[in-house]
Design a protein around this ligand. Structure first.
Ligand SMILES: Cc1cc2nc3c(=O)[nH]c(=O)nc-3n(C[C@H](O)[C@H](O)[C@H](O)COP(=O)(O)OP(=O)(O)OC[C@H]3O[C@@H](n4cnc5c(N)ncnc54)[C@H](O)[C@@H]3O)c2cc1C
Length: 453
């Protein structure tokens, strides 16, 4: 299919999705212009409030290899060896790679800087940092952008606009105006702040290298990821209610009491934790189901602008990569029939990203639970145990299939639902219910005994 290489593609947002798509489109010979409201310096700062850690699985590795940028990205990654989780104040549970599926962690700023540098190797790509989209005229095919340093506005004509501007996408708002639109935007009743542990503090706390740590409590949870420089970056999560939420942690004294009660092993890190809790902004966990993802042959959404997940299923970045790969494949197939490309892209992708959004919500619920006796969590463990012990009878759990192949999440979920129906008929669901009851009873008795002493 002949391509119109004189078409200019304007991408709004140089996040993971925007930067990666710029590479794929540049390879195809398109002229690509990216507008990003954050400054280049801020975008690549690890300490920036936007630089949390991203975990991902082998699917993202295969995509990066396909795009020819794995060699550049690999040095920025930590390959994790497992996790240590402590639910309530019980002894921690170690899981050192139970599935064999490799998991990686990377600081958002590091991978983003590398993606942008890779995109800039192409002469047909231009990035404008500190430049925000302020308005968009679908009819005139123009955008109004503002240089945030000079405050000057400029109207720019566009052939194609890609909205890669994240969960609070402006492009999405302008695009869906006066179109039949379905939009659900849900906020979890937990929030987060970023907390960092320096390499020296990590040594003092005795954290193991390349290991993910999680502590879950009734009214708090902390999830820490290792970095290459031996520091750890963590998300402290609290309920949104004023009693247990971040509003209640308004002074160093209160924070010290909070850490002593909830995470007493981390007390040596109290000065840094207090500093970060008092300084860093609160973040929300947003889930978005939205459509349409495109407008005629002119505009399309990718990444978090098209689908927002809470991060606990670890698939946000991979979903953004899959969007870009799908668009790339469809451009290969349909060339410059943009409306066909965009409509097929939404058709092929949306069911899978909706399924990922559902799974991410469920995983957030499992993360913040403070009881081991959770039917869903026990069932997941039983399934994974059965498939390890008797792989010829019990199939690989859906979570592992999705880790390798998130692009077909809805299909894996459908298969899993069918499997669960079979388990129900075999009496496995009943056994899981009984096991959950026994674990719950044990938990309650242990709690009662402890409170007597
Ligand atoms: C705390 C947290 C933890 C996460 N953990 C994981 C994880 O472990 N694994 C995983 O796979 N995913 C994770 N994610 C999700 C992941 O970060 C995203 O799904 C992924 O990065 C895709 O991002 P994106 O490029 O679509 O959007 P973003 O990364 O949000 O990028 C959008 C860009 O657009 C820019 N922009 C916005 N508005 C404008 C405008 N008007 N004009 C110009 N530019 C604009 C923004 O400045 C930003 O740079 C996490 C997310 C959060 C918040």
């Amino acid at each position: 299919m002949a391509l119109q290489k004189d078409t200019t593609i304007t991408i709004i947002g140089a996040g993971i999705a925007g930067a990666f798509l710029a590479i794929l489109l540049a390879k195809r010979g398109y002229k690509v212009i990216v507008y990003e409201r954050t400054s280049e310096n801020e975008l690549s700062k690890n300490a920036s409030s936007r630089s949390f850690n991203l975990t991902f699985y082998s699917y993202a590795v295969s995509v990066l290899k396909k795009a020819g940028i794995w060699e550049a990205i690999e040095p920025t990654l930590v390959r994790t060896v497992g996790s240590i989780t402590q639910v309530t104040q019980d002894p921690p549970v170690s899981r050192f790679n139970p599935t064999g599926a490799p998991q990686y962690v990377v600081q958002r700023a590091l991978i983003l800087k590398t993606l942008i540098n890779e995109a800039l190797r192409f002469p047909n790509v231009t990035f404008h940092f500190s430049t925000a989209l302020v308005a968009l005229d679908r009819k005139e095919k123009t955008i109004l952008i503002q240089d945030l340093k000079t405050k000057k506005h400029q109207t720019v004509s566009c052939d194609i606009i890609v909205g890669a501007d994240g969960v609070n996408s402006q492009v999405r708002l302008f695009m869906q105006q006066r179109q039949v639109t379905k939009h659900i935007q849900e906020y979890a009743d937990w929030e987060y702040k970023q907390v960092s542990f320096s390499p020296e503090r990590v040594k003092e706390l005795g954290f193991k290298e390349n290991t993910i740590y999680a502590w879950t409590r009734k009214h708090a949870a902390l999830l820490a990821h290792p970095n290459q420089d031996k520091s750890f970056s963590a998300l402290l999560m609290l309920p949104t209610n004023p009693h247990y939420g971040f509003q209640s942690l308004a002074s160093k004294e209160v924070i010290e009491r909070f850490i002593a009660k909830q995470f007493k092993d981390l007390l040596p890190a109290m000065p840094e934790m207090a500093h970060d809790i008092l300084k860093n902004p609160r973040g929300q966990f947003v889930t978005i189901y939205t459509e349409p993802w495109y407008y005629k042959d002119f505009m399309v959404l990718i990444g978090d602008a098209a689908h927002g997940f809470s991060p606990f299923y670890g698939q946000g970045m991979s979903a953004a990569f899959t969007d870009c790969m799908e668009l790339d494949t469809l451009i290969e197939k349909y060339g410059d029939q943009w409306q066909k490309v965009f409509a097929t892209y939404q058709e092929n992708r949306k069911k899978h990203t909706d399924a990922l959004a559902d799974l991410s919500k469920e995983t957030l619920r499992l993360y913040i639970r403070y009881k081991k006796a959770d039917y869903g969590a026990v069932y997941n463990k039983v399934e994974s145990l059965l498939s390890t012990l008797l792989p010829s009878i019990f199939p690989t759990p859906a979570s592992i299939n999705i880790a390798y192949d998130p692009g077909h999440t809805a299909d894996h979920v459908a298969k899993h639902t069918k499997q669960r129906r079979l388990y129900k008929m075999l009496g496995i669901s009943l056994l899981v219910g009984v096991a959950t009851g026994i674990i719950g009873l044990h938990e309650n008795i242990t709690k009662a005994l402890h409170s007597k002493h």
